[in-house]
Design a protein around this ligand. Structure first.
Ligand SMILES: Cc1cc2nc3c(=O)[nH]c(=O)nc-3n(C[C@H](O)[C@H](O)[C@H](O)COP(=O)(O)OP(=O)(O)OC[C@H]3O[C@@H](n4cnc5c(N)ncnc54)[C@H](O)[C@@H]3O)c2cc1C
Length: 368
């Protein structure tokens, strides 16, 4: 990848927009292809960790708090189906509750202000080799040659099979998720997490006071609302919470089916040698329970973009990715397994509640 050729970015989510801002700020021509409209709702708990704020600072977007007035999240209460409850105070700065719609619209404005071209409703249909040293990105918005590529197309994409990502070969996804918003309400903690077998339901406010409800559930191939209702019937605290929130103010947005696991970090296009750098969920979806996926998306997008300027982008990015995220993925995977087994949570919650330093340590471990 040379500094002279344009950088292409496939996917205008957090990772892609962070990559675009970084490259544009350094004077590189950069084009983002986003298949949908930017600023739409996405399935996400919308818990923006304090580390994400550091990443936003690094992008020159540290004024997000002033611009979007997010909810400040300082306390978390976890509820087990058997009545166990664990109350935690988040160490350090508060996390933020902000909708993906507002956050991504904000970042897209910043990317354009920095000089990036951000194409919306422009799904990339194919990536064709154009030797020597270029790739042609083909979308309904036309075809365009790029000298380097950041692939940040999220947890599932029509490009998974052409790019031969492991998830394209998975028999069927193992998780299903949904997001809904309810009218403002008083919660028992800033963030409530209801643990169910193999998943959880997160409840927290966003910038306009509405309460976001986000469920991540083991996929049983049924409509996700039925699965959620069944879990609630066996989880009194969850049942009470959903009843108190009432019907979502609008119909639930976004359903997603997916699995966790490593996909690809960096590789060269076999015909042209152009480096393909994967960022955000396209590289690896972190267990969402730890609420750090957005920070990882922002940081990996920035790191991929910075690596694209290095003499050996593939090596530079692999090293930076591993240094930044290996420990976080390990810790998040371990916690995911621990908390999403309800009997284990019922057993451990009283002990963990009496060991605030342990909680602090675990929380920090998932954050690098
Ligand atoms: C249920 C759930 C709850 C979560 N809760 C939290 C949380 O509370 N806090 C947190 O920090 N993280 C959370 N996460 C994780 C977080 O949402 C993700 O890690 C983050 O969205 C990753 O951003 P991204 O830019 O990689 O992907 P995305 O935001 O998915 O962006 C990818 C973009 O690529 C586009 N695209 C795909 N294919 C193409 C194509 N062919 N051409 C052009 N564009 C394409 C898509 O339209 C999409 O906009 C949660 C995840 C789940 C599943």
């Amino acid at each position: 990848m040379t500094e002279r050729g344009p950088l292409g970015v496939v996917g205008g989510g957090l990772a892609g927009l962070a990559a675009a801002i970084t490259a544009a700020q350094r004077g590189r021509e950069v084009v983002v292809w986003e298949s949908g409209a930017i600023g739409r709702d996405k399935v996400c708990g919308e818990f923006l960790s304090p580390e994400a704020e550091d990443d936003l600072d690094a992008l020159g977007c540290g004024d997000l708090g002033a611009a979007l007035s997010p909810a400040r999240l300082r306390t978390v209460a976890l509820f087990g189906a058997g009545g166990a409850r664990l109350d935690l105070a988040l160490p350090g700065r508060p996390a933020l509750g902000v909708t993906r719609a507002a956050l991504e619209a904000f970042l897209a404005r910043r990317a354009r202000d920095a000089g990036a071209t951000v194409l919306e409703r422009a799904p990339v249909r194919a990536i064709a080799p154009r030797p020597p040293g270029a790739l042609e990105i083909q979308s309904p918005a036309g075809a365009r040659a790029v000298a380097g590529l950041v692939l940040s197309m999220g947890k599932r994409s029509t490009l998974d099979a052409p790019l031969d990502l492991p998830r394209a070969r998975a028999e069927r996804p193992s998780f299903v998720a949904l997001k809904a918003y309810c009218a403002p309400a008083r919660l028992e903690a800033d963030v409530e997490l209801y643990l169910v077998p193999g998943g959880y339901v997160g409840v927290n406010p966003v910038e306009d006071g509405r309460i976001g409800v986000c469920a991540l559930l083991a996929d049983d191939a049924r409509p996700v609302w039925s699965t959620l209702e069944d879990h609630a019937a066996r989880h009194p605290a969850l049942e009470r919470r959903l009843a108190a929130l009432g019907a979502p103010s609008e119909k639930p947005r976004g359903l997603a089916r997916f699995g966790f696991g490593a996909q690809a970090v960096a590789r060269a296009c076999p015909t042209t040698g152009v480096p393909l750098l994967f960022a955000g969920d396209a590289a690896r979806l972190v267990p969402s329970f730890t609420g750090d996926g957005m920070a990882i998306a922002l940081q990996s997008g920035r790191l991929a973009s910075l690596a694209s300027f290095a003499p050996d982008p593939i090596h530079a990015y692999r090293r930076a990715f591993s240094r930044a995220f290996s420990a976080r993925f390990r810790a998040a995977g371990a916690l995911h397994g621990l908390f999403l087994r309800p009997p284990l949570f019922e057993l451990l919650a009283p002990l963990v509640g009496r060991a605030p330093r342990l909680v602090d340590m675990l929380y920090r471990a998932t954050r690098g």
